[in-house]
Write a protein that binds this ligand. Structure first.
Ligand SMILES: NC(=O)c1ccc[n+]([C@@H]2O[C@H](COP(=O)([O-])OP(=O)(O)OC[C@H]3O[C@@H](n4cnc5c(N)ncnc54)[C@H](OP(=O)(O)O)[C@@H]3O)[C@@H](O)[C@H]2O)c1
Length: 200
């Protein structure tokens, strides 16, 4: 997902910073993305305002804790799907959801916006399926933060679709199970994305 989002972002003219526990991996990804990609030490305050949390859900709370105040005032994009590794269900009770746990863990001033979690990396790397731009569902509580993520998404050639407040992240996380169900029982490959059809 870091490669797909970073690649689209660099192509759109953004500067991308890649951060990994393993500096060699960060360097390799930055080189693959191209001259608009830089690296920064894992745990150092990111230079940019928008930070994509492209790590597994089981790691994300530790990663947020590790960055600590370095994430204050940042716009954190939660792309995680907190599902079990065998895809049999969620990692916590149905009353909770991943974005809620992340929002509780971030430093004051940081905003959490859920986005990109319903878009598979294969399709995202291309930006479209069958020539149609991908829909990126966005949930968050701060209108300005959502507007910023929408503008960023649009700049990547994707279609942002605001679905409401951060509590809607619960629904977006469950949509991952919909995607997995479709992949397993109907479509039988991974090059598809869940989207909305509108007239016209
Ligand atoms: N793949 C998809 O199609 C897709 C679609 C939508 C959403 N998502 C979500 O996007 C997120 C990333 O998925 P992905 O497929 O890109 O995963 P991935 O290819 O496995 O990459 C995960 C990244 O997280 C890093 N990481 C793992 N544990 C870490 C830790 N404890 N501390 C710091 N970094 C850690 C890994 O670093 P190392 O290389 O050093 O281990 C790796 O760079 C996940 O939350 C996933 O649910 C994935």
């Amino acid at each position: 997902m870091a490669s797909a989002i970073g690649g689209l972002a660099a192509k759109a003219g953004h500067i991308v910073e890649v951060m990994s526990r393993d500096p060699a991996k960060a360097q390799a990804l930055a080189e693959r993305i191209g001259p608009r990609a830089l690296t920064r030490e894992f745990g150092a305050e990111p230079a940019g305002h928008i930070v994509i949390l492209a790590v597994p859900y089981l790691a994300v709370l530790d990663v947020v804790k590790h960055y600590g105040e370095g994430l204050a005032d940042k716009l954190l994009v939660d792309i995680t799907n907190p599902i079990k590794s065998d895809f049999s269900g969620f990692l916590f009770p149905k009353s909770s959801f991943g974005a809620q746990q992340i929002a509780k863990a971030v430093p004051a001033g940081a905003e959490v916006v859920k986005a990109f979690n319903t878009v598979p990396s294969q399709a995202l790397a291309v930006g479209s399926v069958g020539g149609r731009p991908l829909d990126v569902f966005i949930a968050g509580d701060a209108p300005q933060a959502k507007a910023r993520v929408s503008a960023f998404t649009e700049s990547l050639g994707l279609r942002p679709m605001d679905v409401g407040p951060l509590t809607m992240a619960w629904t977006l996380e469950h949509a991952c199970m919909l995607w997995l169900g479709l992949m397993t029982h109907s479509i039988k490959h991974t090059n598809f994305s869940i989207g909305v059809s509108l007239p016209g």
